[in-house]
Design a protein around this ligand. Structure first.
Ligand code: CA
Length: 234
């Protein structure tokens, strides 16, 4: 089944160009002009990815995305005309997967949509999505075993081998408490390694995740036991 893209954009010529570019790539598009309509469309279901204009007649795309994130993990791409808004999007505090600065090439946008959909679709070539989060924030980690990479909100984390292996282990079983010995094992660290080594890798992982999802802090410490990855907002 071809993917269905929701486009929330009040500028008709821009919308027409995007719809055309998506159609050329074999994707269907539902187009609405208002934030409220966009929210209703996501609620109705069947949306594989949402493209949100930031400036909408009845609100802004950031608030719309937050409202969507309360109940949905659908991938989101922002369209923005203002480069000073990029900081907010790129910090991804809002839970978006990508952004495109206006004016943009609709073909480039369609290509990015395809890339994100490939990543978001489960069951393909060793890529798995892990829903996690804490502090009222939910986001996906994408574990790409083929490429030995882990993505947070669409951005590849720059991980050492041990960090990659530890986070992969944590992500494979959210909510499970891993002992330090288990994490050392998962990371292929020698038995002689100090357990402090695990703590320092975890500290580094937390900092790297915080750079992309500052509010989430999904790795929990269990005193005297070890660590776990939180599955969902508490
Ligand atoms: Ca607009």
């Amino acid at each position: 089944m071809p993917p269905t893209i929701l486009l929330v954009e009040d500028d008709r010529p821009i919308a027409d160009n995007v719809i055309l570019a998506l159609a050329r790539e074999g994707m269907g598009c539902r187009h609405v002009s208002l934030a409220a309509e966009g929210l209703a469309q996501v609620r109705a279901g069947g949306v594989d990815l949402a493209i949100l204009d930031v400036g909408l007649p009845d609100g802004n795309g950031f608030d719309l995305c937050r409202a969507i994130r309360v109940f949905s993990d659908v991938p989101v791409i922002f369209l923005t005309a203002r480069s000073d808004e990029i900081d907010r999007v790129v910090g991804l505090e809002i839970g978006a997967d990508d952004y495109v600065l206006k004016p943009f090439s609709p073909r480039e946008l369609a290509a990015r949509v395809k890339t994100i959909l490939r990543r978001a679709r489960p069951g393909q070539s060793g890529v798995s999505d892990v829903k996690c989060g804490a502090n009222q924030t939910r986001f996906f980690l994408q574990v790409d075993e083929d490429r030995a990479k882990i993505f947070c909100r669409g951005v590849a984390l720059d991980l050492s081998r041990s960090e990659y292996l530890m986070l992969k282990a944590l992500a494979a079983r959210p909510e499970k408490v891993f002992s330090r010995a288990e994490l050392m094992d998962a990371a292929g660290l020698a038995e002689a390694s100090l357990e402090r080594t695990v703590d320092s890798h975890i500290k580094s992982l937390r900092a790297k995740l915080a750079a992309l999802a500052p509010e989430a802090d999904p790795i929990r410490t269990h005193r005297g036991l070890g660590y776990s990855l939180a599955r969902d907002p508490a």
